[in-house]
Design a protein around this ligand. Structure first.
Ligand code: SAM
Ligand code: SF4
Ligand code: SF4
Length: 340
């Protein structure tokens, strides 16, 4: 069975946050001094996660991306990947990681059935990386990327959040880094979501500006002609190099959004900007059958009207979406909890 929401958007992509913990403190995601963590007993077991994923795949989900927090901090992650890869309805199984722990885990992840990897890396300068993330892990990230390239994945991509006066001057260098390694690079506009308490409009480098910078450097850039629900719009440089831009802040793409997010403790969010999640852990642990879970999920999705990023466009004098006080009261509002 397939379901569509109130705007006829199908339910096809699920992001699974497998932990709210992280081994970095990126300025745009976790800039604060302290965090409230999800209680350990509320974290879904792999079997519980896999049962919920089965309910989703029974309704049309065929793409699953593991994220977090930092997903590689979750103990024994390959065991979860094996369970998910055994679900024949999962056509695409991917992971987003900061890659610090990737070198040591990559073979087991690939062997378990992971198909694609996206590494987040915002700077090629170790000192800048440390300033941005508060850790001197740049060499570990580069080693993780090299290991991923050796591991025969269907694709390895690189995501970089671009922030003015932080790494706004690195677009060409990041593209070159990717081009030399056969990695498609995607530039992400700085978003005012969850934990981005330091966000300001001035710090956003828009898609338009990114294209201007790259056109100045490389010459005419052509959009790739494709219709997908993927968040990145793709472009081609004159030499054929392809890259992407995710323009969630200045040119959002909510009208095609088929994504939702499940937190490590089983709350389901229909939008990155959603303020309330649907508790699926409770019915799951109360013994709900697969049919009952599917019915609940389908009913919620049919009523979905979320278009968070588009709604933010209409905001006067835009400031961070969620004030710090609320983030402390409700950690599910954090990007690192709901999964980017
Ligand atoms: N820790 C992993 C990582 O960094 O790849 C996975 C989780 S992280 C929340 C997923 C993605 O969200 C990362 O690519 C990160 O750059 C992005 N992200 C986090 N906060 C953001 C913000 N304020 N604006 C845009 N992207 C953001
Ligand atoms: Fe950075 Fe990802 Fe950790 Fe957020 S969850 S602090 S983006 S590494
Ligand atoms: Fe989808 Fe919400 Fe992001 Fe819009 S803001 S693309 S509706 S998750």
């Amino acid at each position: 069975m397939r379901v569509v929401d109130a705007f006829v958007r199908p339910l096809t992509s699920l992001r699974l946050s497998v932990t709210d913990r992280c081994n970095l403190r990126c300025h745009y995601c976790m800039p604060e001094a302290g965090y409230v963590w999800l209680p350990r007993k509320s974290i879904l077991t792999f079997e519980e996660t896999s049962r919920l994923v089965e309910a989703f795949t029974g309704l049309g989900v065929d793409r699953v991306r593991l994220t977090g927090g930092e997903p590689l901090l979750r103990q024994d992650l390959p065991a979860l990947i094996e369970l998910l890869a055994a679900n024949r309805r999962v056509r695409d199984l991917a992971l987003t990681t900061n890659a610090i722990l990737l070198r040591d885990q990559v073979k087991a992840l690939r062997a378990a059935g992971l198909r694609r990897i996206t590494v987040s890396l915002d700077s090629l300068h170790p000192d800048r990386f440390e300033k941005l993330t508060r850790f001197d892990s740049h060499p570990a990230v580069l080693a993780g990327i090299d290991a991923a390239l050796d591991a025969d994945f269907e694709s390895v991509k690189l995501d970089a959040v671009i922030i003015r006066d932080v790494n706004g001057d690195e677009l060409p260098d990041l593209l070159e880094f990717g081009r030399h390694r056969g990695i498609e690079v995607r530039f992400i506009e700085y978003m005012d979501v969850g934990g981005a308490t330091q966000w300001s409009t001035e710090a956003v480098v828009s898609r338009r500006e990114m294209l201007e910078i790259l056109t100045d450097r490389y010459g005419p850039i052509t959009p790739v002609d494709e219709r997908t629900s993927a968040p990145a719009d793709r472009f081609t440089l004159p030499d054929g190099t392809i890259f992407g831009i995710i323009s969630s802040t200045t040119e959002p793409f909510c009208q095609n959004c088929d994504r939702s997010r499940l937190t490590a403790d089983g709350l389901w969010y229909l939008c990155l900007y959603g303020e309330h999640g649907v508790d699926l852990r409770q019915p799951l642990r109360a013994g709900a059958s697969g049919d009952e879970l599917r019915e609940q999920i389908a009913a919620v999705w049919r009523a979905r009207t979320d278009r968070g990023a588009e709604a933010r466009l209409g905001t006067d004098r835009r400031v961070p979406f969620i004030p710090i006080r609320r983030l402390k009261e409700e950690p599910h509002l954090e990007m690192h909890t709901r999964g980017g």
